[in-house]
Design a protein around this ligand. Structure first.
Ligand code: GRF
Length: 205
């Protein structure tokens, strides 16, 4: 059984979709903790209602990557027995860039969801970038986290058609529905040991 930690900063809709799917689809992962860097994150309340322990590690005033801050996260991960041997860490709207030291400690055990078809539109406001660029298709990507920004090995993607009259809001809503489907699927693949990484590519076995 994999010990799963979910890191959030806000509303936590991906977190909620993951927690629901773990139960419903019997994914072999134990959601041991939800960690937020924001004390007021709505997702914290949702997690508690769903019976998952929560922790806040306030990052107010800590700008950019910080190994000092990330060490506090690792202390909490260790407290809940989320280790580089048995753990999986899912970033779900966690609005911080994690440090290379953290990435390397949990190598190929940290996932993220991004609301675009990477490598297009990395970084923030991905849906707005897609609307402004005028692409006809966008979507979402679950990938492993490496030391770059949204550059890690791609696990799953889902395509969403962009309509001529889409705004950032309408496109975001349709992409989000796909996010809620593919994130749990990627977690299942990981927990069932069905992902291999060769060079920079993640394969399904
Ligand atoms: C999602 O769009 C996700 O792709 C991005 O941040 C947003 C988080 O939303 N990384 P939520 O907190 O899961 O509702």
């Amino acid at each position: 059984m994999i010990n799963l930690a979910i890191l959030i900063s806000g509303r936590g809709s991906n977190m909620k979709a993951i927690l629901k799917s773990l139960k419903k689809d019997k994914i072999p992962a134990n959601p041991v903790v939800v960690i937020s860097n924001k004390p007021m994150a709505i997702g914290l309340e949702i997690a508690q209602k769903m019976g998952v322990r929560t922790e806040v590690i306030d990052s107010q005033g800590i700008k950019g990557q910080s190994w000092e801050y990330d060490k506090k996260i690792i202390t909490v991960l260790e407290k809940y027995n989320v280790t580089p041997e048995n753990g999986l860490i899912c970033l779900a709207g966690f609005m911080r860039i994690i440090s290379p030291e953290f990435v390397n400690r949990y190598k190929d055990r940290i996932m993220n969801i991004h609301p675009a078809l990477l490598p297009s539109f990395p970084g923030i406001h991905a849906q707005q970038q897609a609307v402004e660029y005028g692409v006809k298709y966008s979507g979402c990507t679950v990938h492993f986290v490496d030391v770059g920004i949204d550059t890690g090995s791609i696990i799953l993607q889902s395509v969403v058609k962009v309509k001529d009259n889409d705004t950032e809001k309408t496109l975001s809503e349709r992409i989000l529905r796909e996010e809620h489907k593919i994130y749990p699927r990627a977690i299942r693949l990981f927990c069932e040991n069905k992902i291999r990484i060769k060079d920079r590519k993640a394969f399904r076995v």
